[in-house]
Structures are given as structure tokens and as C-alpha cells.
Design a protein around this ligand. Structure first.
Ligand code: ADP
Ligand code: MG
Length: 618
């Protein structure tokens, strides 16, 4: 017995033609019949010496039928079926005649006869199948406003069969017309649309004007457009039933197809970790250059950036196999094991919100105006890198920058074992820790402004991470220098965010936002109009709007306002200078006093020595 698990034999399977089998069987049958007949004849010869003419006729009948069938099969000849069945029937009428000469030709035609039978059976089947389809079609179209046709599923053998039947004679014309039907009406329609000249109208045979806005034409054009929607949009085959769509339906379909496209894009983007092809290439390069070993997944997706987690490559030695350092900003031994990759989003929408921060930053001023948005996004990433490094240089807790490639910034991951440190808003802090965090943030803001000459400009409990009992500052791409036209406004907003957070957490004895502002800048918010600036911010007006030179263009509630920064800044510099001069003067006076004390002490000791010497003298 053969087993399905056994080795498959490589011998080719021998195929035998069905016609061969049938003709062989037929030959056997004829041979048997012949033997029987010979036997009978022998018996008859003993009794009746002459043959009956009817039997000879029956053989010739068969032969002629076979010949006829090979030319053209018809069902109209009722006797033909009989002859076929007689040939096929084992229990057929017994042949009593000796073999006639026509039997030879019958054997030759036999294979063809089988083919004819098969064709006729197939035609019969096709006919019944098509009848059933038409019945379904009629049933479906009964109440529906949209007519469907199943023509494209009809079987073609049916027509051949009907062609020869008497019963189907009436339908013949219809069927032929159906076969000649324009299967792809779109081609015809296209020609029709092209026939409209550039002027937008033409005259038809009856002299009527047809414009390109003709509803019929529009319907056809819309249908064609729908057919060329992306392949994933299921349109069905509108071509085979001459579909026409009104503008309204078409517009809805178009809107729907676009919605689908957005969803699909979203899905693809999510599947690919939310980054586009160009970014993926940059990430692959980081892996190829042996800086990163693998990228593990998304930490956060925000409005402006996607943050990914990655492991650095332990085999990184400071140079890769090509001998390059690849722009890594730290020695190999300091490369953090876990990295966070910040990928800045490159869509225009997000960029619009950022340009306020970057276009007035003098560090980027010359480069801003002429660039396309992709380059500006790169500048944005560069800005984050510079700001992080500047903050680190004054001792603030920020992630170390590993490497920057275009809009992709790799930095140290704040957290352990793939777990990112919580944001301040999510961290569970004891009262003491909360107080520590407050002190730390206030000191950091002061340092940032006075030593690094920066204003964070998006400082809140969302952009401070709590890790190892300390605050870590992140998301500094938008940070600006205090000289930025909106610098003080941003600072006041930062103060507001921080004070509101600690107030909500119930920490006692904290500054008000104005006090914090004053502590940081040594500028009195009331005097220097910063509170007014903050109000402008909360009312949604930009500082530029409020300080527009032609005040007539400005809405009433926003004018007149004078931008106080220059004045405030100058004043604070003056104050500092004065403080400095005073301190210097104090120092000088002190030094003078000390010097005079020294001198008088020296004089005193000299006098004493002289006196002693005099006393000792004889
Ligand atoms: P966004 O512009 O989207 O706010 P952020 O720089 O604030 O971008 O990062 C978003 C989130 O990603 C952060 O709130 C933080 O949870 C996480 N994150 C960012 N940088 C790091 C980092 N270096 N280490 C750990 N987590 C980080
Ligand atoms: Mg953020």
C-alpha cells in the first residue's frame, strides 16, 4: 500500500488520452460482437444460408451518421441521438450481420464523434448555467435602483449550442447581438469624449449642441475616473455595464477614496515606527556605521517629533571599519548603552508653529529665509543639539548629545532597561522630593537665563523628567536667547507653567510667577511691562502684533503697547554695571585701607627695632 509519508517517486506519470481509452474499449466491444456474430453465422449457415438486407442497412446507417457528425453535429436529427446511444450502449441491438466495409470508416471517425458528444453536453450545461444566471439577475434588478448585470459570467459555449437548436432560433439574434456587444465601453466612451474639441462643444447629427458639461458626458468621464482610482479602492468592473456617475456621486467617492488613502498611509507609517523612508535610511546608516546596534520601538509620538528607543553598538570604538568618526560627539567609552532618538517631523503644519521660535533667533537668521522646509527642520534639530550642549556646559541635567544626522538627533536615554523616566507630571513625589524639585527648577531657570543666556520657552511638567531623584530638562529645540523679541514673553509663560504646577500640587511658600520672573531676570514685571506681555500671550496676540509700528492697523485692545525689552535690558545691564562698579570701588577702598594698615604696621615695627637698637647701644 502506498503511504503519504513515503519518498515521492521521481518517475513521470504516464498520461493516456481519453480518446485512446474509449477507442480501445470500442474496439474490444466490436471484437466481441464480431466473435458472437461469427458464432451465430456458423450456426445459421447450418440452417439459413442467406443474410437479411435490413441488418446491412443498419450498419450503413451508423456509418453515415458518424460521417455526418464529423461534419457538423445537429440535435434536430432525432435519429442521430438514437445512433449515438446505440453506439454507446452495451446492451445495444445485437448485430447479426457479417462485418461490412463501412465499419472501417466508422472506426476512424469514432474519436471525433466522442468530441462532438462532449461538445454538445458542454453546450447543454452552459445553456442551463446561463439560464440560471439570468434568473438571478432578474431577481436582483427587480427592486434595486442600480441595475447589475452578470453578463461577464455567462458561459460562451451556450451560444454555440443554441445556434443549432430549433427551440433557440428566436433567441439567436439576441445572443449574437450580445456577443458583439462592446465589452469595454470605456474605449468607445473615450473616443466620444475626445471628439469634443477644445472650444468645449460640438454639434451632433441632429444639429444639437453638446458641451463638455453635458450630463451624459460628465457621467461617462466620472465613471472613467473612478475606474482609475488606486487598485486598493474596490470599484467593481464598471466598464461592462456602461456606468455613468453624476458629479455628486463622483465627488463623494473621490472624498471617500482619499480618506481611505490617509488611513492607509497612517497604517503604513505606524507599522514602520512612524517614520518616512528618508528617515529610515538615516537610521539604517546609524546602524551600519556601528553607532547603534538596534532600534527597539517608539517611546513617544508627539505633534512635532517621534522618540525612539535604541541600543548603542558595544563594538563602537570611535571609528568605524571605514576609519571615520561619523560625527559622534563623545568618546567611545562614554557612549551611553541606551539611546533616545528624536526624529523631527517634517510636515509643514508642525513647522508653521515652530517658525516663530526660529525665524527671530539671530543664530539662524541668515539661514532661515531662503531655505525649504526640510532644511529648516534640520536647523530645528541642530538648534536642539546646540541648546542641549549649552545647557550641559553650565551643569544643568540634560541628556548628552550622541550624534546629529539631519533631522535625527540621538541622545542619552533618561531611564533604565527600556523604561523611560517619568515626566514630572507623572512622577510620584513625596513632599520633600516635591520641594527639592521646586528648588532645583527655580535654580535651573535662573542659571539658564543668567549663565547660558537661554529661555527654555516650553518649560512645564511635561518637559522635565524625574530620574534618580533629580530633574532632567528635555525638549529644548525652541529655546531662545533673551534678546529674542519674544524672549521675555516666553519666560513669563515658563514661570506661569512651573508655578501653576507646584500650586496644584499644594507646595507651600512658593513664588508667584511675577516673583519668579523677577528673581530670574532682576526685572520687575510690573515696571517692565512683562505682565502686560504675558497678558498679550494669554489673549492670543503676538508681540509683533502688539508692537506693530503703525498702531492704526492694530486692534484696539492691543494698542498702544511699547515693547519694553530694549529698555529693560539696557536698564538691567546698567544696574549690573553699577553694582559691579560699586563692588569694585568697595574692593579698591578695602585694598587701600589694608595697604595703609600694612604700611603703618611696618613703620611701627621699624620704629620699635630702632628704639631697641638705640637702647642696646653703649
Ligand atoms: P515633543 O516635541 O514631542 O514634546 P520631547 O522631546 O518632549 O518631544 O519628547 C517626548 C517624550 O519622549 C518625552 O515626554 C519623554 O517622555 C520622552 N523622551 C524624550 N527624550 C527622552 C530621553 N532622552 N530619554 C527618555 N525619554 C525621552
Ligand atoms: Mg515635549
Amino acid at each position: 500500500m502506498s503511504s503519504p509519508w513515503s519518498k515521492v517517486s521521481n518517475e513521470p506519470v504516464q498520461t493516456i488520452n481519453l480518446a485512446d481509452i474509449m477507442s480501445e474499449q470500442y474496439a474490444h466491444r466490436l471484437h466481441d460482437q464480431e466473435l458472437k456474430q461469427q458464432q451465430k453465422r456458423r450456426q445459421q449457415n447450418e440452417t439459413l444460408p442467406t443474410a437479411t438486407p435490413t441488418n446491412i442497412e443498419s450498419y450503413s446507417n451508423v456509418a453515415s451518421t458518424s460521417a455526418k457528425a464529423s461534419q457538423k453535429p445537429t440535435l434536430s436529427d432525432a435519429g442521430e441521438w438514437e445512433n449515438y446511444s446505440m453506439l454507446l450502449n452495451d446492451e445495444g441491438k445485437e448485430q447479426t450481420e457479417p462485418l461490412p466495409a463501412s465499419l472501417l470508416s466508422l472506426l476512424e471517425d469514432e474519436a471525433e464523434s466522442d468530441a462532438v458528444i462532449a461538445q454538445m453536453l458542454q453546450s447543454q450545461f452552459d445553456h442551463e448555467y446561463n439560464e440560471e444566471l439570468r434568473r438571478i439577475e432578474r431577481q436582483q434588478n427587480k427592486q434595486s435602483k442600480v441595475t447589475v448585470t452578470l453578463n461577464k459570467f455567462l458561459r460562451s459555449g451556450d451560444a454555440e449550442f443554441l445556434h443549432d437548436t430549433e427551440a433557440g432560433a428566436d433567441e439567436e439574434d439576441d445572443e449574437l447581438a450580445y456577443l458583439k456587444q462592446d465589452w469595454d465601453c470605456f474605449e468607445t466612451n473615450e473616443k466620444m469624449l475626445e471628439a469634443i474639441p477644445k472650444c468645449g462643444f460640438k454639434l451632433d447629427k441632429e444639429g444639437e449642441m453638446i458641451t463638455k458639461h453635458d450630463p451624459q458626458l460628465c457621467g461617462v468621464r466620472n465613471a472613467q475616473r473612478v475606474m482609475s482610482f488606486p487598485p486598493e479602492f474596490p470599484t467593481g468592473d464598471g466598464a461592462c455595464f456602461d456606468m455613468k456617475l453624476s458629479n455628486k456621486v463622483f465627488n463623494q467617492l473621490k472624498a471617500y477614496s482619499r480618506r481611505g488613502r490617509a488611513d492607509r498611509k497612517e497604517k503604513v507609517a505606524t507599522a514602520e515606527m512612524g517614520v518616512d523612508a528618508a528617515t529610515r535610511l538615516l537610521l539604517y546608516k546609524l546602524i551600519n556605521n556601528q553607532i547603534l546596534e538596534q532600534i527597539n520601538g517608539i517611546i513617544s509620538t508627539g505633534k512635532e517629533a517621534v522618540i525612539l528607543h535604541a541600543n548603542s553598538d558595544a563594538s563602537y570604538t570611535g571609528t568605524n571599519e571605514h576609519g571615520h568618526g561619523n560625527g559622534v560627539l563623545m568618546p567611545a567609552e562614554l557612549l551611553p548603552k541606551e539611546c533616545a532618538i528624536k526624529v523631527f517631523k517634517t510636515t509643514l503644519n508642525e513647522f508653521k508653529q515652530r517658525d516663530r521660535y526660529i525665524k527671530d533667533d539671530y543664530r539662524f537668521k541668515d539661514r532661515f529665509s531662503k531655505q525649504n522646509h526640510r532644511v529648516i527642520i534640520n536647523m530645528w534639530a541642530e538648534k536642539e543639539m546646540h541648546n542641549l550642549m549649552r545647557m550641559q556646559s553650565i551643569g544643568l541635567n540634560v541628556p548628552d548629545v550622541v550624534v546629529l544626522k539631519k533631522h535625527v538627533l540621538v541622545m542619552r536615554f533618561i531611564g533604565d532597561n527600556h523604561n523611560a523616566a517619568p515626566k514630572l507630571k507623572d512622577a510620584r513625589l513625596s513632599a520633600a522630593e516635591l520641594s527639592c524639585a521646586y528648588e532645583e527648577i527655580v535654580a535651573a531657570m535662573h542659571k539658564l537665563y543668567n549663565e547660558a543666556k537661554l529661555v527654555h520657552a516650553d518649560l512645564s511638567e511635561y518637559n522635565i523628567l524625574w530620574y534618580e531623584g533629580k530633574c532632567w530638562f528635555i525638549d529644548v529645540a525652541q529655546s531662545v536667547e533673551p534678546e529674542h523679541p519674544s524672549g521675555l514673553e516666553f519666560l513669563m509663560r515658563d514661570c506661569d507653567n512651573i508655578i501653576s504646577f507646584f500650586e496644584r500640587r499644594g507646595l507651600p511658600n512658593i513664588y508667584t510667577k511675577e516673583q519668579l520672573f523677577e528673581f530670574i531676570t532682576a526685572l520687575n514685571a510690573e515696571t517692565h511691562n512683562a505682565a502686560m506681555l504675558e497678558r498679550i500671550h494669554t489673549r492670543g496676540a503676538s508681540i509683533n502684533q502688539a508692537t506693530v509700528p503703525n498702531q492704526m492697523e492694530c486692534p484696539d485692545e492691543l494698542k498702544p503697547l511699547e515693547y519694553p525689552f530694549e529698555l529693560a535690558w539696557e536698564k538691567s545691564l546698567l544696574e549690573r554695571q553699577m553694582r559691579h562698579t560699586e563692588a569694585e570701588r568697595d574692593q579698591e577702598a578695602k585694598e587701600e585701607v589694608e595697604e595703609s594698615i600694612d604700611q603703618s604696621e611696618t613703620k611701627l615695627s621699624n620704629d620699635t627695632d630702632n628704639a631697641n637698637n638705640t637702647a642696646k647701644c653703649p
